[in-house]
Ligand binder design. Structure first.
Ligand code: HOZ
Length: 428
């Protein structure tokens, strides 16, 4: 496939945008080459500026769970835009989406909408700190909770792709309040609680990690976090930016029947428009301004176009009784196909999957945390990525990212993908 126009557009972009992109993971630095510029997308397919069609396995990093240009969302945005695009005043739409989200997700009474997953997580820890009157938080190496200062410490996603999991610009003062544990290693969490008695406001965790590839929690890990939080009067924050409204209607809380104190959302909740949210029980959410002392605000928060898109998406997921089974079946089919062809071609690999989140790691040992995720053979990943691109298949341009499956994919698309992987595997 030719990418001449994309390459030229990237040269133009680099002159006026740092690295030519508005978010680092888009830049192909983890795999080499230059990014593909998208012209349009529909269903499971991207169409680029060179006229190539690509089967999309990222889906805007998660939001397009029902496919690109999903008609009900497009219609909702179009109709809503005619009424004005931003007021900085309340609209009925905000209450409608809040009511629906609260009805879908367990253990929450109220939800506050923001503009991104970053904002949601940043606000959630401020709320947890204010509520508990404690400063320290525990995060896990390889988890990524957006790019606010407290989280850019051993962060996954683009931060790992570029080898900068700790970013310059984060002050020592901020960094010292973020304590680091190992994913799936409850002993590392216990030690932090013991060394910081009555100082830990919260644990924040991706309950199914998706920013070091897909890394599921091992049996008992989330339950043990819950128990430690209860014993230490700390809060358990689930960052469900990736998993919320994707793995189940009620996210991981529903899937694994674990109760979080605060839940953060992004991606699917916005139906493809910039939306994040955080939610909790009344007594916690009432600690927020304007009724409580913890301040949080935003001119474009609850923006009517974003709320219209999000509401339409949540309604679609809520009304479709088989959507999560369908996503599970399609992704399991893909997993089986990939496993067969990589095994047949004697490739050393591990696949991790929960529902419609899946990742292929080029290493034989189980990938259970940041260290084991880093063991993967990146040179093989790069060849795999470019081989698939050449076959018209777009996966995340980094070994540290999850593939997000859309229900718009047909079984023919999945068969085509598996055949392409078989072909590419012979070149690895
Ligand atoms: N949060 C997304 C998955 N890691 C990536 C989005 C981005 O950083 O551009």
């Amino acid at each position: 496939m030719l990418y001449e126009r994309s390459s030229q557009l990237f040269i133009n972009a680099e002159k006026v945008i740092p690295g030519g992109v508005n978010s680092p993971v888009r830049a192909f630095k983890g795999v080499g080459g230059t990014p593909i510029f998208v012209k349009r997308a529909n269903g499971a397919y991207l169409y680029d500026e060179d006229g190539n069609r690509l089967i999309d396995y990222i889906n805007s990093w998660g939001p397009m769970i029902l496919g690109h240009a999903y008609q009900p969302v497009i219609e909702a945005i179009t109709e809503r835009a005619k009424l004005g695009t931003s007021f900085g005043m309340p609209t009925e739409l905000e209450t409608k989406i809040a009511e629906l989200a609260v009805s879908m997700v367990p253990n929450i009474d109220k939800i506050r909408f923001v503009n991104s997953g970053t904002e949601a997580c940043m606000s959630a820890i401020r709320l947890a700190r204010g509520y508990t009157n404690r400063d320290k938080i525990i995060k896990f190496a390889g988890c990524y909770h957006g790019h606010s200062d407290s989280f850019l410490i051993q962060a996954g996603s683009g931060a790992s792709t570029f080898g900068t999991p700790n970013s310059p610009g984060v002050t020592k003062g901020t960094a010292q309040d973020t304590l680091l544990a190992n994913y799936n290693d409850i002993q590392s969490v216990k030690e932090l609680f013991e060394a910081n008695k009555n100082e830990i406001a919260a644990i924040i965790v991706e309950p199914v990690a998706g920013n070091m590839g897909c890394v599921p929690p091992i049996n008992g890990f989330l339950e043990a976090l819950r128990q430690l939080c209860d014993e230490n009067q700390s809060m358990l924050i689930f960052d469900e930016v990736m998993t919320g409204f994707r793995l189940a209607k009620g996210g991981v809380q529903e899937l694994f029947n674990i109760k979080a104190d605060i839940v953060c959302f992004g991606k699917v909740i916005g139906g493809g428009l910039p939306v994040g949210a955080f939610a909790a029980r009344n007594e916690i959410m009432n600690y927020l301004a304007p009724i409580g002392p913890v301040y949080q605000a935003g001119t474009l928060s609850g923006n009517p176009l974003a709320m219209a898109a999000g509401l339409t998406m949540l309604e679609a997921l809520n009304n479709d009784k088989t959507i999560f089974e369908s996503l599970e079946s399609k992704t399991a089919y893909l997993e089986k196909g990939i496993t067969e062809v990589l095994s047949k071609n004697n490739i050393v690999f591990t696949i991790n999957r929960v529902g419609s989140m899946i990742s292929v790691h080029f290493d034989s040992t189980p990938v259970i945390d940041f260290q084991t995720a880093k063991n993967g053979d990146n040179e093989t990943f790069k060849k795999f990525f470019h081989g698939l691109l050449n076959e018209g298949i777009y996966i995340a341009p980094s070994a540290y990212e999850t593939w997000f499956i859309t229900d718009a994919l047909t079984y023919e698309d999945l068969d085509f993908t598996v055949n392409a992987i078989d072909k590419v595997a012979k070149t690895l």
